[in-house]
Write a new protein. Sequence first.
Length: 256
Amino acid sequence: MIKIKSATQIEQMKKAGALSKMALRHVGAMVRPGVSTFELDQLAEQIIRMHGGTPAFKGYGGFPGTICASINDAVVHGIPNPDMILRDGDIISIDTGAVVDGWVGDNAWTFFVGTPTPEAKALCEVTRDCLKAAIEQAVPGNHAVQSLAESHGYGVLRDYVGHGIGRVMHEDPNVPNYGKKGRGVRLQAGMVIAIEPMVTMGSNHVSTGSDGWIVTTNDHLPAAHYENTVAITNDGPVILTTDAQGAWCSLQGGEM
């Protein structure tokens, strides 16, 4: 069942969104060659707890981390690990969220580690632009659609989608990044959804690893993942995962 939020509730959700973005932005500023994904996870948890929040991911369904840290051909759900060291040329998707006053925020960003390949850079830029395009279409009476990625020859995941969000991480409806225009759930004012394009350089076929969490592309080509939590209002979409610096991060790791 889709849970419609009041204007007051949407306003309350901004606190969780802002802290989620703050944590994501600070983790991105720490992304550089030689850093472990476990160190990034520790920083995210420290920031969230320091500002009165609770990590939304830690313990959710048994997940052990505050962030999902997914490198190169890993699309989502990578478990932070002290032995997973970032290397120059990697790209890393950081997905994190905070709970504040019982409301959940959720956002993700793929960062460059050092100097990316031209192909990886283009993939990230297009996937980020897919998120922007989807948010622009998130208005009552319309539905979020995703065609930009395929126009560049990229794959769009079918197995994982965006979702409603509120008091819990995953609520109805599912928000797919594919499908035909005019079909699917019609958006209405008061809905709050996590829009998250997951785009692959090659095939959109993926597999789950032996740990039961990490999802990687079957062809081992890179993937990118960007996400914001968005409220649907009669005045247009409102990005709730927005901090003092805005809703968007730098693509380049090591920068605020």
